[in-house]
Write a protein that binds this ligand. Sequence first.
Ligand SMILES: [Zn+2]
Length: 400
Amino acid sequence: MTGSLLVDNIGELVTNVAGEGEGGPLGIRHHAAVLVEAGRVAWIGPTRYAPAADRRIDAEGAAVLPGFVDSHAHLVFAGDRAAEFAARMSGQPYTGGGIRTTVGATRAASDDELRATVRRLRVEAMRQGTTTIEIKSGYGLTVADEARSLRIATEFTEETTFLGAHVVPAEYADRPDDYVGMVCGPMLAAAAPYARWIDVFCERGAFDVDHARAILACGQAVGLGVRLHANQLGPGPGVQLGVELGAASVDHCTHLTDADIEALASTATEDGGTATVATLLPGAEFSTRSPYPDARRLLDAGVTVALATDCNPGSSYTSSMPFCLALAVREMRMTPAEAVWAATAGGAAALRRDDIGRLRPGAPADLMILDAPSHLHLAYRPGVPLIRQVLHNGVPQCRP
Ligand SMILES: [Zn+2]
């Protein structure tokens, strides 16, 4: 789409540029307009001073926010696990073992079937305001299936993550060392050309800390950034391993000791955040009926917090950032403003991106227009489809 586009009559514009207007880190402007040219924000200012443009969207006094940055999602899979969810809701505990069910279905699926699922979920997420999404492999667990999962993921996002160490597949159940050797060897070699990140599910029943360290170090050696699943099902060494390796993010963080929080806080940077972000995934606690992480402890210690969906067919089959944001406010002691920041700029920090998650001249024009006057409504009106329009690289996604 060519030509300029003006979004004006914005009642409340959340920029996430601290010091811009009011609202602290949210950088809120009122009666604002955003000019988009060539897919990027070209100008932000008061509606009454807005320049002319080829096209116009009248926000009619509504709130406009940066698009959500969902920094943790598993979209390349086949089948679903609705029956497992029903069993869990009937009282069976979640152990992570159901991942192998999805591995079987994923291996049996064609490329086009996998691609169709990713496309469907990507559209679903976009309609709910997500303009950037990270996509992991991890349901192939063979050299060929991990490589093709990532190849398909690259058709939908730049933020692709190699998660060959999701679970030890059944055929390696009695020789996990051999599996780790394979992940670090031929699987990594086949996956790395399609991946920006490497991730490990470091948890009892998945990979222990020595295996996780070995795998992440191999990924780092070929230039991949580190992130990991840690401290989801119980206390463990994952968070401190992430800090040790300079991870961009440690994800889940449901069971943290004071030492874990101190380790995260020790990665403080000059801009007031932390180099290692704690990414919280409340959809997983919701869908496994588990205690939620305590975001307040992290925030009070100065740790940068991100919110993401963990969208996957087993433990969190939601693509909805607004849903996760509402859970974070209701159950995790975040304020609505903290949750909005964590779901946008926080997600960007978890991906080590400073170009997205904020609205300022030069940034990609990734934004959402709400059917509501304020960002507060995202948590205040849970379950309501409040997102009227989404621009991704300046292109309207929902309806003209
Ligand atoms: Zn996950």
